[in-house]
Write a protein that binds this ligand. Sequence first.
Ligand code: MG
Length: 157
Amino acid sequence: MRAGFGFDAHRLVAGRPLILGGCRIPYDRGLEGFSDGDAIAHALIDAILGAAALGDCGSRFPAGDPRYAGADSVKLLAEAASIVSRAGFRVNNVDCTIAAEEPKLAPHIESMRIALAKALNIDVARCSVKAKRTEGLGFTGRGEGITTYAIATLDEL
Ligand code: MG
């Protein structure tokens, strides 16, 4: 059994759709990024690649590479899952936390779990997504950005 950890943070800006966990969430701002800015998908990519010691999101899907301009990050997550699978690992479970002051994410948690589990090719019961506020503290608390954390365990086949 291997464990991996991932982290990400993106700035919230006007004029972008808010994409989190593969879901488009109604809000007046979205996450800035070279791809679609899906910070939860990015943290998960780092967690599963990290568990397999196979690099990270930035080295596998570099910002600036035209192939990833505006990329659907859940597709990149599926690609990362197939990289770890080809290396002889199976994703056992993942657990994610999103730190965001706004918008309310509770109504979208189930959709995110379903989209992420599908990309990871695991049962939704093995895919946990949680959301927290930070009591107004720091850049997430001021609504300037969103921070994400993820952990993954992989079985070595
Ligand atoms: Mg990112």
